[in-house]
Design a protein around this ligand. Structure first.
Ligand code: SF4
Ligand code: F3S
Length: 107
């Protein structure tokens, strides 16, 4: 099992999650973070840290978010690890909760 970053992180990238992960399994792209499923130990602490409520266990993904399982696994292989807090993206609060953000994912 692993935890998965889902669509609402896109264009927000608050990064609070990366700071608390005990095994440093968050990886950073231009406007999204992913979790490496091979490193995640299912500790659950990142879930409540995310202001965008974008993190779920892979066994409890919201409807329509299943594709993020593969997106996390694939992008975690090439994106660098992030362990420190950064400023969110400039319009993060406006994008938080917006629909159909997957089209904006930059790889
Ligand atoms: Fe890291 Fe724990 Fe979140 Fe997995 S569940 S990504 S180990 S903080
Ligand atoms: Fe994204 Fe939430 Fe982390 S918006 S960067 S999953 S704190």
């Amino acid at each position: 099992m692993a935890y998965v970053v889902t669509e609402n992180c896109i264009l927000c990238k608050y990064t609070d999650c990366a700071v608390v992960c005990p095994v440093d399994c968050f990886h950073e792209g231009p406007n999204f973070l992913v979790i490496d499923p091979e490193e995640c130990i299912d500790c659950d602490v990142c879930v409540t840290e995310c202001p965008a409520a974008a993190i779920f266990p892979e066994t409890d993904l919201p409807a329509g978010q299943e594709k993020f399982l593969e997106i996390n696994a694939v992008l975690a292989k090439t994106w660098p690890v992030i362990t420190k807090k950064k400023d969110p993206l400039p319009d993060a609060d406006e994008w938080n909760g917006a629909e159909d953000k997957l089209q904006h994912l930059k790889k």
